[in-house]
Design a protein around this ligand. Sequence first.
Ligand SMILES: [Zn+2]
Length: 390
Amino acid sequence: MSRERITSGDPLVQLFLELARIPSPSGKERQVVDYIAGRLRDLGLETSEGEPPQAGEGAAGNLYCRIPGNSDGVPVLLSAHTDTVFADPKAVPEPLIRDGMIISGSRAVLGADDKAAVAAIIHGVETVVREGLPHAGIELMLTACEENGLRGAKMATMDGIVARCGFCLDSTGPVGEVIVRSPSQKTIRAVFKGKSAHAGVAPEEGRSAVAAAAKAVAAMQLGRIDAETTANIGIIKGGEAVNVVPDRCRIAGECRSHDREKLERQVASMLDAINLCAASDQVDVETTVIDEFHAFDLTGGNLPVELAVRALNSIGIKPLLASTGGGSDVNEFNRKGLPSVNLSVGMEKVHTPDEYITLESLSRAGRLVLAIVEQASLPGAGTVSTERRP
Ligand SMILES: [Zn+2]
């Protein structure tokens, strides 16, 4: 692997630019998935695609590809998502390179989240196949609709996956960070239904949905609940006019915890506040709780952690094991029984028009993919050391 300075002409940079020029907001990944599948077929590889998680024109499913191994070791799964957040629907992506950084030249998001990872993975596979490098088997799972509630990963089946561990490349921050712990998250929605009345003429005939919702929010414990748990009400909407007692109000919020029991307790207490305040104001309420993602914790050490640490060390990047408050496809993979970590690829200011990635970070992400594949094919790759990790 070259440690020379990466230039704009580097095939990995060119691949990223190609991908970034193809718009692929969640639910409209068709074009980018076709492009990636074409690159894999050019290598003589077979691909398959799942059902699209979201129906509609331009939709695509998860793209899967297996590269049979040619050496002993640990077969690995590499994953990234093909969709990007939706910023300005009319803006055409125009990635450009300036001062060693790739930025968006239009109002469209750059989409380094997560096309930097897709580029690093596809470029890595192209290198492995074309150069005949030793590897113990690689499977690719490129998911659709990650930004829209991990819908692709939730639909992904792990039947038939032979990989013993997975690497999602979908974390911000410098290359070197290995996410080994993430919380569970639930979303809570409530619709308060009261009775409208003229606020000046007959307020006693009305029952205010806004007042009941406001009392419920005020009664909740929110913010940082403890070291492992957070809660928030992010939306409150209701009422039509200042002179009408409002009959509708909806609130929506979330709760996260690294501890399942604490999560359940917090959700229950928020639901209690909603139901009690609605009842005391004689307002009906409908509540919905949605399981968004499930916690995982590999801080005790595990195969993907070990391989990620060895891979980073082998390319001279200091590994940093980290915990996050966010969720991603990696939560789903762990829930489905494939021990997996999330790796930083160096994308910054994601989900904003200022998103960027440096050429150096992209180069590091590319080297990391090759290093994982290499480490997984070395003798002893399947062992987990009990030494303290860095
Ligand atoms: Zn992402």
